[in-house]
Design a protein around this ligand. Structure first.
Ligand code: ATP
Ligand code: MG
Length: 112
């Protein structure tokens, strides 16, 4: 199992939900976050104070999926979410050791 931590522009959330559904994802957790990427050097001078204005609202979606679903999901995200402009977002991929469905006690792949 892998956890995808997907950070996107808020207006791409509906597209991402469709992608995850089509890729067989069993669930997701969604958060409103603020963040910046490699353009964080963008700085404005206000009354001699340096103010970083490059923290932008983003949506973070966490989804735990099966190993064999990862490549297709990443490809779909790249194809359908990329606008080709800076700030499109990023996906971080983590190993997941175990999971449990609380209602039944099912573990591992059966729990997601
Ligand atoms: N290294 C990182 N660590 C944690 N979060 C990150 C990292 N890079 C990007 N993010 C998150 O992803 C969001 C979108 O990043 P963004 O798409 O601007 O990345 P980028 O590396 O600057 O790529 P681009 O040059 O295409 O803009 C950021 O607002 C931040 O929330
Ligand atoms: Mg950026």
């Amino acid at each position: 199992m892998k956890k995808l931590e997907i950070i996107i522009r808020p207006d791409k959330l509906e597209t991402l939900k469709e992608i995850l559904d089509e890729c067989g994802c069993g669930g997701m957790t969604i958060m409103a976050v603020m963040g910046c990427g490699q353009q964080k050097g963008s700085v404005n001078q206000i009354k001699n104070m340096k103010v970083n204005i490059n923290l932008l609202p983003k949506i973070q979606v966490n989804a735990v999926i099966k190993d064999e679903q990862v490549e297709n999901t990443l490809l779909e995200i790249n194809t359908k979410i990329s606008s080709g402009t800076v700030g499109d977002g990023k996906v971080f991929v983590y190993d997941v050791d175990d999971a449990m469905r609380i209602r039944t006690g099912e573990r591992g792949g059966k729990a997601i």
